[in-house]
Design a protein. Sequence first.
Length: 404
Amino acid sequence: MALTAITGAQVFDGEKALGVRTVVVDGGRIARVGGDVPAGSEVVDGSGATLLPGLIDAHVHSAPGSLALALRFGVTTELEMQGMNTRENRAAVTDDDTLADVRSSGFAITPPGGHPSELMPEGFRPKWDLPPVMPLMPFSTTPEEAAAYVPQLLARGSDFIKFMIDDGSVEGHPGLPVLDRATVAAGVAEAKKYGALTVAHALTLDATRTAAEAGVDGVTHVFMDRPHTDEIIALIKDAGMFVIPCLTLGASMTGRTGSELADDPRVASRLDDAWDRTLRSSYNRYPQGRLDDLYATVRALDAAGVDVLAGTDVSMPETFFGGLAHGASLHHELQYLVTAGLTPERALRAATATTARRFRLSDRGRIAEGLRADLLLVDGDPTTAIGDTLNTRAVWRRGTRLAA
């Protein structure tokens, strides 16, 4: 494979802006950042553009066609927070450079009848083929059960372990069975024996406290039920946790749709009718929620030095999962993070280097010699105008340029 040299572009390496540099790609890896164009290279003129690492959505649920859709928006990796793309099922994804790469928790530890069962309309069945190996369903009600499932999940190909800590109050189903702290702590302790990363779904402040006190590595939402307190911010910081706020999901829960995003021609041109309808809908399960409170919590977390990661909780093209679409909504999340108070550069880190570091993806998330050539070239400068991330000029996955 010939060398590819991307010239004339401003480079944001996942952590900081480097100015104009030539980036050389050799096969699926970044061979060099800076210097001259090697003889015989295919030259891609990046003048007037910014080169970014491929984006990482830190919270998704896959659906048929969703990995291809994500890649069209420059999202080169998706982290599946409940789904079927565990190691034994994703060989085809790993080798297909027309799809975003994926890592998965498999199915989360939750009580029988617990979240997310309340989200599905009666009789609903997802419209896709079952995988060769069905993921384990780790329903747990006791510390012993949770601990026993952890090695089984890891053996079946889960890349990290997820816990659902949700009483249903934010989704309009209060009184759901919920994991208690002892059960979560037992599962976390077992995961640590194997060196496994742990995450927890938590939509309330009390659930977030449970996750922190149980030793979970990160939470996959920011709590919606009340404003933050100094105490909870300190607890999260002292626990060394990361937070994936999923502001796009939070906005949708309060009834806001993604119609403005869907109207953007840079988005509309890449969505089919089903995803367009979904993006124009909303969850609308917690209309009393205050988006300003979520913004304030994110600002406080960022100011405290907590790692904030960019994720969306995008799922299937169904209107009851509305307000979200794969790929497009990660760009929306970046805009929400900036509205909340992050600088554009900090928001970009949240979708690149910071997420790669916290999820132990040492081969991606940055533009550096030897790493995967997962790259996004966009017109303009998103380090100063975050909306420019949607100005896609080119996408590479493992050095293979996605066909326009």
